[in-house]
Design a protein around this ligand. Structure first.
Ligand code: BG6
Ligand code: MG
Length: 210
């Protein structure tokens, strides 16, 4: 194995909670029921697809224009919460684990559906840190489609068989497996049957590599 491709939200940084809070505010304002169980289905999927999942509980129908306005409203709320992000928002074990993997010679990449990836990496002190970044800005199909990880592998110059993917989302594990990658699962993805290596945290990655 030559490289690790990391999902961003919920793997590298705790922005998954801000996604939830922003959608919650939008849903509450619209009078649409939304909770953390529904929120788990939004992990890894694009902004517009996330909105469609939330609208399954809506009692009225929305035009395409109204949907864009709701997604924009959510993103504006989310972007406000990103303003206060710092390197302290990196999740437990991230800094040390990435450093050690790099010392062992692995290449490191990001594979995230988020269009906000560049601003987040900047805020948490990781601008320019990764060997490749594939995100919502260079793909047309969101996870569970493997495109974002295939692009990351291509940017690194490796085949999927040479890369681990680290995910917290079931859609992300599905994407990794569909692309021919080995899937490491943390958080919610640790309990998913398709995950190759279920781990209790980032630091445990060091136990599965030489
Ligand atoms: C993923 C999140 O990383 O990015 C999803 O897990 C989110 O919940 C998706 O919908 C798109 O993010 P953004 O920042 O482009 O709205
Ligand atoms: Mg995630």
């Amino acid at each position: 194995m030559k490289a690790f491709i990391f999902d961003l939200d919920g793997v590298i940084v705790s922005t998954d909670k801000y996604h939830y809070l922003a959608w919650k505010r939008m849903a509450d304002d619209e009078g649409i029921y939304f909770d953390e169980v529904i929120n788990d289905r939004l992990r890894g999927v694009s902004r517009m697809q996330s909105l469609e999942i939330i609208l399954e509980r809506a009692t009225k129908s929305y035009t395409d224009e109204e949907k864009v306005a709701l997604a924009t409203k959510k993103n504006d709320i989310y972007r406000e919460s990103l303003a206060s992000l710092t390197p302290n928002d990196r999740l437990a074990g991230v800094t040390e684990t990435l450093q050690k993997l790099r010392e062992k010679g692995y290449k490191l990449a990001i594979g995230s559906s988020s269009k906000n990836t560049p601003v987040i990496l900047d805020k948490i002190g990781y601008a320019g840190y990764f060997d490749a970044v594939s995100d919502g800005n260079n793909i047309t199909r969101s996870k569970p489609d493997p495109e974002v990880f295939l692009k990351a592998a291509e940017f690194l110059g490796f085949t999927p068989e040479e890369c681990y993917v680290v995910e917290d989302a079931e859609a992300g594990v599905d994407a990794a497996k569909a692309g021919g990658f080995t899937a490491i699962g943390v958080g919610g993805a640790a309990g998913y049957e398709k995950t190759d290596y279920p781990l209790s945290g980032m630091a445990d990655i060091l136990k599965i590599v030489k």
